[in-house]
Design a protein around this ligand. Structure first.
Ligand code: SR1
Ligand code: MG
Length: 411
């Protein structure tokens, strides 16, 4: 039987052979360079390159369990979902996602543009880089992909078909457990709080009944609100950047869910970058410059999102009942409240849960890491509890400043 007619988990040499045999991108005799370059929690990522022609491709292959832990059994159908989401995103937000070159349902493998001239945004921010086009690009990506896949714009029957194509139970379950449940109830005993302040984290997150009630309500929205096609994991590790370019990757968590899930992830991950810079950078001038840029970016993300959403709403919404006076404002306020709630959830789960972020874990000094984590958690709790009134970029900055003042930088 030909090599790629039955599924197996590839090594990088297999990926090169697959690229040559199945993609038609390389000459038959080309001497291909190949490497496995993935460092995410779930998949295997290969870069295959022909140094003679300069052509290259990235192959993403799904295994039956997550890389981070065999505990997570995850359907390989997620690669199809990512491929189909990429095609839609390429249409709705051109230039803001990698080009796709094909999908193989047997090998559960998707071929896409090599973005080696970009860096993962989280890594770039930790090196104190700034990305002046990011807020403009990411708000266009979010508004176009989210609003244009709602019932307010799409043909309703077509939208229901699409909801079906994007049913993504295994990946949704990961989010339901890791984001909505376990940060507030370590029922599977797999949380991983930073030991020196484990007691503080557990007391603050697991024993606050009022907070847990609000997270239960938010989880219901994630279960039931098939609002639009969301990316589902839009943190700074899922975004490639250059100063002049932004490319959203890793859409395997895509499904029809609440729009605010994507917006809240972007905001929370800017807060992680801020907490790292403000806590770690010793040089006062450099620190002020980097944190100011992050604050401005956060405000531009929220305000740009609102501005572009309203403009696209006027242009593209066709649902007749949406013209009812007051409806547009009510709908956007709901998306913003969900965004604030998810900001809080993401801040909590990356701190206490199993899937951490380098913005926090790379802080070597325990008192500094504790300070960064506590400011994130305190801001998070208010984002969840007060989400209905958090409607502007300035509202987030007020909470960030409040939390930072409660937890001053260690000397
Ligand atoms: C088991 S996967 C853990 C996390 O990694 C992904 O990037 C998602 O954020 C998920 O929650
Ligand atoms: Mg990912």
């Amino acid at each position: 039987m030909p090599k790629f007619d039955a599924y197996f988990l590839m090594k990088s040499a297999d990926a090169a052979e697959f690229a040559r045999a199945r993609l038609g991108l390389f000459a038959p005799g080309a001497q291909l360079e190949h490497a496995e370059i993935g460092d995410g929690n779930l998949n295997y990522i290969f870069r295959v390159r022909d140094p003679a022609s300069g052509r290259s491709v990235v192959l993403k292959q799904a295994g039956g369990t997550a890389r981070i832990s065999d505990q997570f059994k995850v359907s390989t159908d997620r690669t199809r979902i990512e491929y189909e989401a990429l095609k839609i995103e390429n249409e709705l937000a051109p230039g803001l996602v990698p080009a796709t070159y094909g999908y193989d349902p047997v090998m559960n493998c998707c071929a896409m543009e090599d973005l080696s001239d970009h860096v993962i945004m989280r890594a770039g921010l930790l090196q104190r880089q700034r990305y002046p086009r990011f807020s403009d690009h990411i708000t266009t990506f979010m508004v176009n992909t989210l609003l244009l896949t709602t019932d307010l714009v799409m043909d309703h029957k077509r939208k229901k078909e699409q909801v079906g194509r994007f049913i993504n139970p295994d990946l949704c379950e990961i989010t339901e457990d890791l984001v909505y449940t376990e940060p507030f109830d370590d029922l599977r005993k797999r949380n991983d709080p930073f030991p020196p302040h484990r007691d503080w984290l557990e007391r603050t997150l697991y024993q606050d009944e009022a907070l847990r009630l609000e997270t239960a309500k938010l989880k219901l929205g994630f279960f039931n609100n098939a609002q639009c096609l969301i990316h589902g994991d839009l943190h700074t590790g899922s975004i490639f950047v250059r100063p002049d370019s932004t490319k959203v990757i890793d859409g395997e968590f895509s499904f029809y869910g609440p729009a605010g899930y994507d917006v809240g992830n972007v905001i929370a991950n800017l807060v992680f970058a801020w907490a790292n810079a403000d806590t770690v950078m010793d040089d006062a001038g450099g620190r002020a410059g980097q944190t100011r840029w992050l604050e401005e970016t956060l405000v531009e993300v929220v305000e740009g999102f609102k501005r572009k959403w309203k403009a696209l709403w006027r242009e593209r919404v066709t649902e007749s009942t949406a013209r009812t006076p007051g409806f547009a404002e009510w709908y956007l306020d709901g998306v913003l409240a969900d965004s604030a709630g998810v900001t809080g959830l993401e801040l909590c789960r990356r701190t206490v849960g199993i899937a951490h972020v380098k913005d926090l874990t790379s802080i070597a000094s325990p008192p500094h890491r504790i300070r960064a984590e506590r400011l994130c958690i305190d801001m998070a709790r208010r984002c969840i509890q007060e989400r209905a009134r958090i409607l502007s970029g300035e509202d987030y900055l007020e909470l960030l400043r409040w939390a930072a003042e409660r937890h001053p930088r260690p000397a």
